[in-house]
Design a protein around this ligand. Sequence first.
Ligand code: AOS
Ligand code: ZN
Ligand code: ZN
Ligand code: ZN
Length: 427
Amino acid sequence: MRIDKQKIKEVNDQALSEHRESFGHLSSVLGKKGIDVNVLVEKLKEFQVAVPSWALGTGGTRFGRFSGGGEPGTLEDKISDVGLLHQLSQSAGAISLHIPWDIPNDVQAIKELAASHGLIFDAVNSNTFQDQPDQELSYKFGSLCHADKKVRDQAVKHNLEVIKYGDALGSKSLTVWLADGSSFPGQLNFKKAFQRTLESLQEIYAGMPEDWKLFVEYKPYEPNFYSTVIQDWGTSHMLADKLGDRAYSLVDLGHHLPNTNIEQIVATLMMVGKLGGFHFNDSKYGDDDVTVGSLKPYQLFLIFNELVDGMEDPSSNNPYPAWMIDASHNLKDPLEDLLQSLEAIKLAYAQALLVDRDALEEARENNDPALAQEILQAAYRTDVRSLLAEARLQADGALDPIAAYRKLNVRKELIAQRGEKVISTGL
Ligand code: AOS
Ligand code: ZN
Ligand code: ZN
Ligand code: ZN
């Protein structure tokens, strides 16, 4: 399904005068501070976030799944859903696939379909945290770290296959997230598990095309509850460092123990050029994977403050990070939820762009914490919603994506096309 461009325009027209008024006001307020809104609008138009194929249906809880209907049942449908998000938000220009959930039957046709929606293929993800029906050996006790070399080989082979699919589609990176670890003290030899994981990753790294990157995701617990092999950013960084120049750490916001200072991790990884990818979500307790910015928008802003600082640092050798939403949806319509996440990400980005970095640096050098806080909060407390709306308007998106999605009855249409009962692949 695609939304008629004219219809988006009609919905926009109804809200245009109100938008002009708020954007005009913001432009003049920022203009007086010497900030050119046009530069900000261009940066916002460029900023694209990948949507994972597994976030388009309901899920995210192991207790029950309550489909809202019209979920995408095929890879084609998933691409079309991300296409809808992109049409409305002009911010979701990429899709991230998970193999084997998303094996393409006809690579050429899938590539063309994605291109017709203006989408590219972001990092591909391997899956050694579940056993597939036709699989010979089990991952019950780990994959890349497994005590049995044959299991490790099988997991390596799977990753190499994922790279092959990704390469055919035009992806340029592989994200490895492992469920490997232990649930009971004594179960696992930590050192052997690390060494084996490193060796397996080395084989995967060696099998990547030369222009590919490997992202190593970390997570402190779940599904294993005593230890995970790649528990934190330090372990992920050690692995990436040993693997080579094209291996990086990946930060998933939900993969930290409570109160971890994620912005400091981001700053440190960027300082050493090793922040490769980012999974956005929000969390109160653990890997809750709820809507970005729904719980801790100020933390998100502080993280973006470091990201922007790293991206704008001319001496930094950190590559431009790969942005992805990694959230699950069990109550809200997944597409509405993803639109909310996209909005939250770009609000935090826009606010971080407003930070007066020279003044902040001066306050720091002068040991003036009160002034440093004033500077950050002045940016954070600026209402930049009309800036985002303007960027969307200029790119033919919707002024208010969720309002347009509702007014145009997109979900109703999807249910009419796909039915009430389709269940999308994912967790
Ligand atoms: C799992 O907790 C990680 O966040 C993964 O990045 C991702 O959610 C998973 O690969 C999808 O099932
Ligand atoms: Zn993740
Ligand atoms: Zn997560
Ligand atoms: Zn996760």
